[in-house]
Write a protein that binds this ligand. Structure first.
Ligand code: ZZB
Length: 258
């Protein structure tokens, strides 16, 4: 799987993370790194998700930057020439997902330049970086989760204002209109992020329709087919230093005993 790793710079840590971090990071800029297959949808990011019970590390990439992701992802990065010393993982600190929730970050290309980190039940530790950027207009999982969080802010221990940014149309398709994910969530009668079976189906449908029949409704490439725009947005993010290529060896899971 060839992902685009999106670098979301930390603007302000949550209280819980700030306590842990104190002055341990040196002068490095810290980024949460989210693995996405849909770089063309980054205009519509409203927040980012972590799993509350997952373990994350802050890993020094070089003298200037450090990345927040799972240990597993950092190890993959180390062998892909993303860190200064090949094969070497330099973990500065470990954090629990729950501690990162509430952190304010910059989301490259988003109409909302600053967004918050929120909790999601279904973040897989075994995929991507464990950090998931949220595009509720086009990802049914993200939309269903955002609606859960808005309905039960207290239960999820979040400040309602963190979940306030509205979904933004990024692309339009003949079947689902300007907001693919909300349309599919309604059509498949998905009530919450717990409806994982229907969500998997919705994801598949959204991917296909968006990629093959989607036209951009926003940004520099507005009016152009999604298929053409995807590689252009990816290249531009990488060129600006706001993303990098991150590959996941398929079927080969590198894991660390818990
Ligand atoms: C932004 C985005 C916008 C995404 C969209 C999807 C969609 P796949 O195909 O199963 O590999 N993701 C990444 N890492 C994780 C994780 N650890 N746990 C749960 N979800 C994760 O899925 C890749 C997509 O799943 C990624 O692309 C990411 O969300 C999420 F409009 O990033 B995506 C129809 C999907 N639309």
């Amino acid at each position: 799987q060839e992902y685009t790793a999106i670098k979301m710079e930390v603007v302000e840590w949550s209280e819980a993370a700030a306590k842990e971090i104190d002055h341990k990071i040196g002068g490095r800029k810290i980024y949460l790194v989210a693995a996405t297959l849909r770089p063309e949808t980054m205009y519509g990011q409203t927040n980012c998700f972590v799993g509350t019970t997952l373990k994350y590390g802050i890993f020094a990439a070089n003298e200037h930057e450090a990345y927040v992701c799972t240990y597993r992802a950092a190890r993959n990065m180390a062998f892909q020439g993303i860190f200064e010393v090949r094969g070497q993982v330099h973990q500065v600190l470990e954090l629990e997902g729950s501690q990162i929730v509430g952190t304010k970050i910059k989301a490259p290309l988003s109409v909302y330049p600053e967004v918050y980190v929120l909790p999601m039940d279904n973040v897989l530790a075994t995929k991507g970086t464990g950090v998931v950027t949220s595009v509720p207009s086009d990802s049914p999982d993200d939309y269903a989760t955002l609606m859960d969080l808005r309905k039960k802010a207290e239960y999820y221990k979040i400040d309602p204002k963190w979940a306030a940014p509205e979904p933004v149309s990024v692309l339009s398709t003949p079947t689902y209109g300007d907001m693919t994910a909300p349309a599919l969530v309604k059509k498949l009668k998905i009530a919450s992020q717990k409806d994982t079976k229907q969500l998997a189906e919705a994801k598949e449908l959204a991917y296909k329709e968006g990629f093959y029949n989607g036209t951009m409704t926003i940004g520099e490439y507005k009016g152009e087919p999604v298929q053409d725009v995807k590689p252009k947005v990816r290249a531009s993010l990488i060129e600006k230093g706001e993303a990098f290529a991150y590959a996941e060896p398929e079927g080969l899971v590198i894991s660390r005993s818990a």
